[in-house]
Design a protein around this ligand. Structure first.
Ligand SMILES: [Zn+2]
Length: 380
């Protein structure tokens, strides 16, 4: 399923190709997130035009609404949302442990109350794989336990034990035609647990491996550490996916550490508050500085928003809460994330990734939050 085309000689960056039932995906790849069978504010035509290769769908949310009967009647998620390219679905594990109320962990899954209407539901390996089978995703994820990043050591250990056991159960479930399944490595920031989890999953021979338990509120240095202690235990001939990450600079850092796949709600989420991302960092379009700025969001950007509208106009739309404003910032931000991946792939192919990486990080200003996390870590 995964073909490793090239490994960078100065970093761990990899150029690869994933072959799925709905087409080929060139890696490193960014996957826009379509939580509710829609990448927020963007239609399939726009997603195609900006070069989207694969999107992410969400088992937990789609199972609650519209529900499995409707998705089954529609003929699966591709048909329901009219998206003909590859889809990866997460298993719902992350949402059960982060969104749902009143959880009770049982041997074969988790009992929880819906965050929508409080109804009592159950999701385990069997249920998660059945939902993903009906959705008909190209890549399904195993049902895992994702504890909080600051969970006590005992809880982290139990989560790893359950994640391994549940991964084994997921592997035995029926799948949709051509559906591939990825394992998810848990273990927090504990190197021994990460190793144990990775080795157990690799022994089960999944089609790819995700690093989970990241993007769960941990500071950036801890996230990078989790990736660094997990990656050496993953086989070179399978795709590696860092779940829920990250900013453009974080994705570049992770690519340099050997990660191939990313998904993040960031581009569309911050667009809804009028924050635009560029190659040099994010900025709030609402700022007075852009009142009469008649340049595009980012000079040289080929997205629809930058080709047609100015910062001053978009600032006005955002301030007036016009839907077009948030749509256009979503177009630009998503296009940017995809464009950066195109640049990364070209740099790896051309043997210039180390230089690209150095330059990118040097010019990118991280958010205040990330800077504070780094200061805390280094004591500066
Ligand atoms: Zn743009």
């Amino acid at each position: 399923m995964f073909e490793l085309l090239k490994t960078d000689s100065h970093t761990k960056a990899r150029l690869g190709r994933l072959t799925t039932a709905h087409g080929v995906v060139e890696t490193p790849v960014f996957m826009p997130v379509g939580t509710q069978a829609s990448v927020k504010a963007l239609d399939p035509r726009e997603l195609r035009e900006m070069g989207t290769q694969i999107i992410l769908g969400n088992t937990y949310h789609l199972n609650l609404r519209p529900g499995l009967d409707i998705l089954r009647a529609a003929g699966g998620l591709h048909k329901f949302m009219n998206w003909e390219k590859p889809i990866l679905t997460d298993s719902g594990g992350f949402q059960v442990f982060s969104l749902a109320k009143i959880r009770k962990i049982k041997p074969h899954g988790v009992e929880f109350r819906s965050h929508l209407d409080g109804s009592l539901l159950f999701l385990g390996p069997k249920e998660a794989m059945e939902i993903q089978r009906v959705l008909g995703s190209d890549i399904a994820m195993v049902f895992d336990e994702c504890p909080a990043h600051d969970a006590p050591a005992r809880e982290q250990r139990l989560a790893v034990e359950r994640t391994i056991r549940w991964a084994g159960e997921c592997r035995e479930q029926p799948r949709a035609d051509g559906q591939k399944v990825f394992g998810i490595v848990q273990g927090g920031s504990n190197a021994a647990l990460r190793e144990e989890c990775a080795k157990a999953l690799v022994a089960m021979d999944f089609d790819g491996y995700a690093i989970g338990g990241v993007s769960v509120g941990e500071p950036e240095p801890e996230m990078l550490k989790a990736i660094e202690i997990t990656e050496p235990h993953l086989p070179a001939n399978k795709a590696r996916y860092a779940m829920g990450l990250g900013t453009p600079a974080q994705m570049i850092e992770l690519i340099a550490r050997g990660v191939d796949m990313f998904d993040c709600v960031l581009p569309t989420r911050i667009a809804r508050t009028g924050t635009a991302v560029t190659h040099t960092g994010a900025f709030a379009l609402k700022g007075a500085a852009y009142k009469t700025d008649f340049g595009p969001i980012e000079e040289g950007c080929e997205c629809f928003a930058c080709r047609h509208f100015t910062r001053a106009y978009l600032r006005h739309l955002v301030r007036a809460n016009e839907i077009l404003g948030l749509r256009m910032v979503s177009v630009h931000n998503s296009h940017l994330f995809l464009k950066i991946m195109t640049e990364v792939r070209a740099a790896i192919a051309g043997g210039t990734f180390a230089e690209f990486y150095r330059e990118f990080i040097a010019h990118y200003t991280p958010s205040q939050k990330v800077l504070a996390q780094r200061r805390q870590k280094t004591g500066r």
